[in-house]
Design a protein around this ligand. Structure first.
Ligand code: NAD
Length: 481
């Protein structure tokens, strides 16, 4: 018997999906099945879209402030289920329960900020070129939004899409990752009796189901978080119906360490930002770019933290670093570290699979620090999405900025320096959507979240910019009859 069993959530009820069945396992103990699911079929996707349109028509007719109040009740219902949601995250995704609890709390906090922001004015008034006319720009809900999410944040990512979609008057169909669907299923169920049936619906399944949804006739927008390769496919699929697209993609994020009055504190920040969620965060620090004269201290400080970190099952209170979420990801991390070593990087700590007692078959990888990494190496260029830090050194600031920006990605970045000129240059020249000075890469609950270059396309999520994706713009010329 598995812990969770779901099909598709259609118009407020669970139904058997008529597409392929699949299972999820606990990444700490892959012989334990956590969930059994079945995917939506093509016909069921069409039914989901039809029922989504109906729910959206009902929802958009409710005055916005009342909608926001109803959404607040929904958030309270989610909050009441916090522990259940956190456990579902740890069981399928693997992260330590403390991190899963923090993820649930952050999702709710972000959604509350979003709900508050929705009551602010969203339109604009322009002067007219003609007498007796007032010009306005008003914004309206788009309609049915499709949300496709990855496995690293089973509640945070769906909520970042669902909250703005709903409070701005849209309906949403969520396709969670096939590795971690339970949390989104629990999230959708929590709306029963509070929000109109059909407003939040779930289409379970793998990439093929995401593709069908992205091509579905009548959808108004697709919000996607995941890899660059899938993002490209989704953008191409969206061209079919010219749906609005928001893509949040990978990162190869760096901490540039130039000077810091407190190296231990700086390294705590960097190590935490690198290893949280076993490095499977799009905003994880993956590269440390450090001034050559302090590099030895930085490498040894990071390696000693790696050696001390407890790797284990997410439900064990002592665990600092859980497993990778699936076998493929664990193999990928191991292959990438091996490739780095072949290209000349040195393993200072870790560099192999971990086998915590009692969980020997789990997808664990030791927290790893690589030194001697050069900018052209694969471990310096490619997203690893695992507990691995590549350390690169520099002699001049020009070289440091060249390394910082010499990757395809542009998601987030961190600078450690007390030099005002360097800080100003970093704010101006770090080619990233998010820029942190003297701390790690954890974002706030109200700040725009997104990336430039290959890390993202379209409106940023979180905070005020989300409205640009979830609302359409309409220019109004208003004249008395
Ligand atoms: P992925 O791209 O493999 O899958 C993401 C989602 O897309 C899953 O639900 C998957 O089923 C679906 N999918 C796969 N193929 C599809 C297709 N052809 N059409 C439609 N949907 C399809 O990514 P992943 O491995 O689940 O997640 C890891 C990636 O996500 C990393 O690259 C990471 O950096 C990125 N990520 C980015 C952010 C961000 O905000 N920028 C946040 C989290 C994760």
């Amino acid at each position: 018997m598995s812990e969770y069993s779901y099909g598709i959530y259609l118009n407020g009820n669970w139904q058997r999906g008529l597409g392929p069945a699949f299972q999820t396992v606990n990444p700490s103990q892959p012989n334990v099945i956590v969930g059994t699911y079945d995917s939506a079929s093509k016909d069921q996707i069409a039914e989901l879209v039809t029922s989504s349109h109906a729910a959206q028509r009902e929802w958009r007719a409710i005055p916005p402030l009342e909608r926001i109040a109803r959404f607040g009740k929904y958030l309270a219902a989610i909050e009441a289920k916090s522990e259940q949601l956190a456990i579902s995250i740890t069981l399928e995704q693997g992260k330590p329960l403390t991190e899963a609890r923090a993820e649930v709390a952050k999702s709710i906090a972000e959604a509350r900020v979003m709900a508050g922001a929705a009551s602010h004015g969203l339109g604009e008034v322009f002067p007219s070129a003609r007498p007796g006319i007032r010009n306005l720009v008003v914004r309206r809900p788009r309609g049915t939004i499709v949300a496709i999410s990855p496995w690293n944040f089973p509640i945070l990512t769906p909520m970042r899409k669902l909250a703005p979609a709903l409070i701005y008057g849209n309906a949403i169909i969520v396709k969670p990752s096939e590795y971690t669907p339970a949390t989104a299923c629990l999230l959708a169920e929590a709306a029963k009796g509070i929000l109109p049936d059909g407003l939040i619906q779930i289409a379970n399944g793998a990439g093929a189901i995401g593709d069908m949804l992205a091509r579905a006739e009548g959808i108004a927008g697709i919000t996607f978080t995941g890899s660059v390769a899938t993002g490209r496919r989704i953008q191409a699929a969206a061209a079919n119906n010219l749906a609005e697209v928001s893509l949040e993609l990978g990162g190869k994020n760096a901490a540039l360490i130039n000077d810091t009055p407190n190296i231990p504190n700086c390294l705590d920040q960097v190590f935490g930002a690198a290893m949280m969620c076993a490095g499977q965060r799009c905003t994880a620090i993956s590269r440390v770019i450090v001034r050559r004269d302090i590099a030895d201290d930085v490498v040894e400080g990071l390696a000693s933290r790696a050696r001390a970190a407890v790797v284990g099952d997410g439900m064990a209170p002592a665990t600092a670093i859980g497993p990778l979420t699936n076998k493929r990801q664990m193999e990928r991390v191991a292959e990438m570290v091996e490739a780095g070593v072949t290209e000349g990087a040195r393993v200072v700590s870790g560099g192999r699979r971990a086998a915590p007692p009692g969980f020997e078959g789990g997808y664990f990888y030791e927290p790893t620090v690589l030194s001697g990494v050069r900018p052209n190496m694969s471990v310096a260029q490619n997203e690893i999405f695992g507990p691995v830090i590549s350390v690169l050194t520099y002699d001049t600031l020009d070289e440091a900025f060249e390394i910082l920006n010499g990757v395809e990605y542009g998601l987030t970045s961190s600078l450690f320096s007390n030099d005002n000129a360097i800080i100003q240059r970093f704010i101006d020249q770090s080619e990233n959507g998010m820029i942190h000075i003297n701390h790690g890469t954890v974002p706030d609950n109200h700040m725009p979240f997104g990336g430039v270059k290959n890390s993202g396309v379209g409106a940023y999520s979180v905070g005020p910019s989300a409205a640009n994706f979830y609302l359409s713009e309409h220019s109004v010329y208003l004249k008395s009859a």
